[in-house]
Design a binder for this molecule. Structure first.
Ligand code: 9MR
Length: 382
């Protein structure tokens, strides 16, 4: 660590608030070895958090757990009921993404019924804790309600339904959302429009531009994003997104950003070309963002990752953060949940897990410290 970085860390630590509910893991030996450098005061409270360590022009976010896969799990809604979870959420992050609570099936469950309560609670929490909100999401092939997916609508009706949804939802949160994932996962790995997306299939790809225009009319200040996974390496998908972004900008569509979700697995290589990918969109004058980072791994029979696995995971997390820090317009870095307790990964990938930066009891893994140290080192400028 250079002298400047040491000074930066010392100043940050001195000015930091104490963070309750954040003691190092009390679990078995394999976990104790992973708690990293002591950043706690005498009572065991963390004094330096991710949001405090971060450069001022970079938001550090997490998904707020609720809805989706959580509904079938044997615990109550995490965001609503888990107080230690809420404390860590408030102290560590200055950006929040509703994990499911703003998706169609959740917020628009019947054709003429909107259910804003759960998302409103997140937006209120965010305001109270000095956090921005990333809205997720408006145009997607998944988690659409049956009334929409199975409804026999004419093209005109479907278009009117989408417009009404966007104007209503984006309008409801006008002025309260920093970034909206307007179009989510609209291309497949070959860079073609996904035909599973009911709006694209029925109305054609031009609907994407309309969705951006309607969202912009409803909230002119929100930064409107394209968001997808599988764009962490160059290839057909990235090429197609770059061409789409150029076209939208040429057509004066209010596109403001391109985001890489970054759902990674240690089964595959490290994301060491991500900075180059983000740079291509930065060069178009767009913001870039990391929106759903997690790094899953194959768990040993014990269910506890080895020290080596945790180290590899930490390197992946750091590589993604380094990519964002290296690109001037990358202004938001979000992890898809911060504790394994609520991760979507084991539910969707049965033999994989441990994908987040904290254990079930919020003890920190090497990946957490890798992020915090990297942020602290970049604190005074990047
Ligand atoms: O984490 C979300 C989980 O709770 C839902 O059950 C799942 C359903 O598709 O969606 C998860 O979040 C996804 C996100 O909205 C879009 N990118 C992929 C994420 C992981 O599947």
């Amino acid at each position: 660590m250079s002298k400047a970085h040491r000074v930066a860390v010392a100043v940050l630590a001195a000015s930091a608030l104490l963070v309750p509910g954040a003691q190092p893991a009390q679990a078995g030996a394999s976990r104790q070895a992973t708690t990293g450098p002591a950043a706690t005061d005498r009572s065991g409270y963390h004094v330096l958090t991710l949001r405090r360590a971060a450069p001022r022009d970079l938001r550090i976010g997490t998904a707020a757990a609720g809805g989706g896969h959580h509904v079938d799990q044997p615990y109550p809604d995490p965001f609503t009921y888990d107080q230690p979870y809420r404390r860590v959420l408030a102290h560590e992050f200055n950006s929040v993404s509703p994990e499911n609570q703003m998706k169609w099936e959740f917020i628009h469950p019947e054709r003429h019924t909107y259910n804003f309560g759960p998302a409103d609670a997140i937006v209120k929490f965010a305001r109270r804790h000095g956090q921005v909100v990333r809205g997720h999401t408006l145009l997607w092939h998944s988690q659409n309600p049956a009334w929409l997916q199975d409804g026999q609508f004419t093209k005109d009706e479907l278009r009117a339904i989408l417009k009404e949804h966007i104007v209503t939802v984006v309008g409801h949160y006008r002025g309260k959302i920093q970034q909206w994932d307007v179009a989510n996962e609209i291309l497949n790995e070959n860079g073609e429009y996904r035909q599973e997306n009911i709006f694209i299939r029925e109305l054609g790809p031009g609907i994407v531009a309309d969705a951006f225009r309607w969202a912009h009319q409803a909230d002119p200040k929100a930064q409107l994003f394209l968001n997808d996974y599988g764009v962490e390496w160059p290839g057909a998908k990235v090429d197609a997104y770059e061409a789409l972004a150029k076209q939208l900008l040429a057509d004066r569509v209010p596109l403001r950003g391109f985001a890489s979700q970054a759902h990674l697995s240690t089964r595959y290589g490290a994301p060491d070309q991500l900075a180059a990918v983000l740079q291509r969109f930065d060069a178009l004058g767009l913001h870039t963002a990391i929106t759903e980072l997690d790094v899953r791994m194959d768990l040993p029979e014990s269910g506890v990752p080895t020290a080596e696995q945790l180290q590899t995971q930490a390197t992946y997390y750091k590589t993604v953060l380094d990519a964002c820090l290296a690109v001037a317009g990358c202004n938001s870095f979000t992890i898809w949940g911060f504790t394994d307790k609520y991760s979507w990964v084991p539910v969707f990938f049965p033999s994989e897990g441990a994908a987040t930066v904290m254990w079930d009891d919020f003890g920190r893994k090497p990946a957490y410290y890798a992020l915090r140290n990297t942020l602290a080192a970049a604190h005074w400028g990047r």
